[in-house]
Design a protein around this ligand. Structure first.
Ligand code: 7TS
Length: 405
């Protein structure tokens, strides 16, 4: 049985009819949909066990704490982290990257360099702009080759003893490019730089083993991997997390507080000030359980086939341009394209009229749009519930757009 045949009945939203057509949801890179088990786990939690965590001795307080901390164990296993202390819950990828830029930013001195890349999402650009600007440090970016991959020779040249942080996406949310995380992390370590990997478009789609990647930090969001909005994960290598001062404070991230100073709590709570997203952690556990039952190897294989079908199909439509590495290379589950004579927003609106949801615009990657020489693109992105028939619908409607012009 194909993966989508198995999964589709689990996603209640797929019963929706949109503009008179069955919903074809091809926007999981922006946010995926959720299986019933995730929705129900969160409902059950609120109906039966909700209380604040890490503070109340009563039964519900303990149940909530157990559920919240069990989510951490689940994430640790899912990503292959060495210990649960290395898993910090955040509000999402943007929040995790901001937390890191604030925290690592404090260690920067004038003249230090932070190296990002030209294909980053704004969430991995703006926090570093703020961090470097405040410290008189310099922000640089690794350029792209014309085939949509990073120019690794330029990376070598840009990496110097002044480089303190190298921050880059595992998988591009526009091009689908998969960056060589292990190789780049190893090189960064040789010059003494920290590596921060934005895994927002990788964690939902491929088997992860942090221990093989060798990066210092890895961040992602639950809502792109069948889980709830409002929670994300920041993996940090233990020695590095231990050495960092928290950038944000309050609530249970301390052991002891005086008016003028405080003693920090142990990892990972040191980096989790305030009431955390508890129901969302329960939902994330259910999402990981769901993905693990399917098997991430199978998820990867299924989405790779859909991506290839879309890339090859779209490239064959006259007037359609597709972006990113060639269809035969390893790519993430996104396909960005433009249709000659049509603004990407019009393409998305015309597809929506047929019940097909894609994203259009700059995809929060304006420097990349500038590099590609486009105002924006339309983008189809895939998840475990998408079928080859749905990709076929996309291709048929896009082909009609051109003939209608
Ligand atoms: N990094 C990458 C690579 C992303 O794709 C996104 C979201 C983020 C960071 C931010 O994640 P958040 O959960 O904090 O919002 N990407 C997209 C997208 O491609 N379309 O909408 C959101």
């Amino acid at each position: 049985m194909r993966l989508d045949e198995r999964t589709r009945p689990d996603f209640p939203i797929l019963e929706r009819v949109v503009n008179g057509h069955p919903l074809v949801y091809l926007d999981s890179a922006a946010s995926s949909q959720r299986p019933r088990t995730v929705i129900e786990a969160m409902g059950q939690y609120y109906a039966r066990s909700h209380a604040n965590v890490h503070r109340s001795i009563h039964t519900l307080g303990e149940e909530a704490t157990e559920l919240y901390e069990a989510a951490r164990d689940r994430v640790q296993r899912f990503i292959g982290a060495g210990s649960r202390e290395e898993v910090v819950f955040t509000r999402g990828t943007t929040d995790g990257l901001s937390l890191l830029a604030e925290t690592l930013g404090r260690t920067l001195r004038a003249g230090d360099e932070v190296l990002i890349t030209e294909l980053e999402h704004h969430s991995n650009i703006i926090p570093w702009q703020l961090a470097t600007r405040d410290r008189g440090a310099v922000l640089k970016a690794v350029p792209l080759r014309d085939d949509g991959t990073l120019d690794l020779e330029a990376f070598e040249r840009l990496l110097t003893r002044r480089t303190r942080v190298v921050a880059f996406a595992h998988v591009s949310n526009v091009l689908g490019t998969i960056n060589p995380v292990a190789e780049m992390s190893a090189r960064a370590r040789q010059v003494g730089a920290f590596t921060v990997v934005d895994g927002a478009q990788a964690a939902p789609h491929l088997p992860l083993d942090i221990s093989l990647l060798g990066c210092d930090f890895y961040v992602f969001s639950a809502h792109k991997m069948l889980g709830p909005t409002g929670i994300g994960v920041l993996y940090g290598r233990r020695e590095v997390l231990e050495s960092l001062e928290p950038g944000r404070g309050g609530s249970e991230m301390i052991k002891e507080v005086w008016i003028d100073r405080a003693q920090w709590n142990d990892l990972p709570w040191r980096f989790e000030p305030g009431t955390p997203p508890i129901a969302e952690a329960v939902g994330l556990t259910a999402a990981i359980e769901y993905l693990e039952k399917l098997g991430m190897e199978r998820v990867l294989e299924h989405e790779r086939a859909l991506t290839r079908q879309a890339l090859e199909g779209l490239a064959a439509v006259p007037g359609v341009n597709v972006y990113g590495p060639p269809a035969r290379t390893d790519r993430g589950a996104v396909v960005a394209f433009t249709v000659a004579g049509l603004h990407p927003h019009d393409v998305a609106a015309l597809l929506d009229a047929e019940g097909i949801a894609v994203r259009a615009g700059h995809h929060c990657a304006m420097p990349l749009m500038r590099r590609l020489g486009v105002v924006g693109t339309s983008r189809a992105s895939f998840s475990v519930f998408n079928s080859p028939d749905e990709v076929g619908r996309l291709l048929a409607v896009v082909a009609e757009l051109r003939t209608a012009l």
